[in-house]
Design a protein around this ligand. Structure first.
Ligand code: F6P
Length: 342
């Protein structure tokens, strides 16, 4: 077989481990792999190169993606799908493994359903918001980075008797804020799934001060709804219709409001792309490699329109159509658990 592989959407640590899994499994069974560059853009423009045993040597520990990535949506380009099909055929592909989040996987799902192209997916997103799977590539590393950052920010917050507001990525789901925040001992966590209550937050911070805890760490997800001066309809959108949430300035807005209401000195740190950078964690290296290997097994079985997912520790097939388009949001039970530690 000739298997194409691409990575789309935001990069995430563990993508290279997944590519390595695809290539090594394919070569083990005598199959070939073509690396398509920069996500669906490479598919549209016909940019690809063969991946050999050597191409994926020494990349298990490397963040980013050796294939490059983009937020290109073929359905937003004139004749995009026709061009994808033409390249698919010109390259002689028998299968395509698209590694990505909801956007990338939704394109793969449509290409299977509407175009009958033999595509599969692998779930990747540091946001951890893909349905049908307990695990997505990049999340474990991201929350570990948030935890490390909170450890560092705690000491400076304590030294200056300050409130530190830490804004983290997470688009429409609060997983990164919640799990990273819990691990780093956050004193309050704001996520999009729980309506913001500024009074409750400020009362909590003042109560801490009153009992002698003269510092606090507040973790806020970029997707939280706050009133800002910014007109969101004017913000630039990517080809999947998403605005860059960082531009909304949620962290600075929350910090300003805390200072105004409590009089406590407050600083803000926006972790942004830092949580997507650097080496993948142990979990991301192992799980991404597993998913890469199993995706090739699924291709050999002709399971088009599926992705290998991890559920209860086992790798299981999940239909892309069942995984995309429905954000996996935070379980509120888990938020109530986090509140125990506020
Ligand atoms: O989708 C993943 C994500 O990390 C979001 O949490 C974030 O809003 C977005 O990507 C920003 O990424 P970029 O600046 O690369 O478009």
């Amino acid at each position: 077989m000739k298997i194409g592989v691409l990575t789309g959407g935001g990069d995430a640590p563990g993508l290279n481990a997944a590519i390595r899994g695809v290539v090594r499994r394919a070569l083990q069974g005598g199959d070939e792999v073509l690396g398509i560059q920069e996500g669906w853009l490479g598919m549209l423009e016909g940019i690809a190169e063969p991946l050999t045993h050597d191409s994926v040597s020494d990349i298990v520990n490397l963040g980013g993606t050796i294939l490059g990535t983009s937020r290109t949506n073929p359905y937003k380009h004139e004749g995009g799908v026709i061009r994808c099909r033409a390249n698919f055929e010109a390259w002689g592909l028998d299968a395509l493994v698209a590694i990505g989040g909801d956007d990338t996987l939704s394109v793969a799902a449509r290409l299977v359903d509407e175009e009958e192209l033999p595509c599969l997916g692998i779930p990747k997103t540091m946001d951890n918001d893909i349905s049908g799977t307990d695990y997505t590539i990049g999340f474990d590393t991201a929350v570990t980075i948030v935890m490390d950052a909170l450890d560092k920010l705690t000491t400076t917050a304590m030294a200056h008797r300050r409130v530190m507001v830490v804004e983290v990525m997470g688009r429409h789901a609060g997983w990164v804020a919640l799990i990273g925040g819990m691990a780093g001992g956050a004193d309050y966590i704001l996520i999009p799934e729980v309506p913001m209550n500024m009074k409750r937050l400020c009362d909590h911070l003042l109560r801490r001060w009153a009992i002698g805890k003269r510092y606090s760490l507040v973790v806020v997800s970029e997707g939280v709804q706050v009133k800002t001066e910014i007109d969101e309809s004017q913000l630039e959108k990517d080809e999947f219709g998403h605005i860059l949430l960082k531009e909304r300035g949620v962290g600075p807005t929350v910090a300003e409001e805390i200072e105004k209401r409590t009089g406590l000195e407050t600083r803000v740190v926006v972790l942004g792309h830092l949580v997507r950078g650097g080496s993948p964690s142990l979990t991301d290296r192992i799980n991404a490699g597993r998913l890469g290997v199993v995706a090739v097994d699924y291709a050999r079985e002709g399971r088009w329109g599926y992705m290998p997912a991890i559920r209860g520790g086992q790798v299981v097939p999940v239909r892309l159509a069942d995984a995309v388009g429905q954000t996996k949001t935070v379980d509120l039970e888990l938020y109530r658990l986090a509140e125990v530690f506020f």
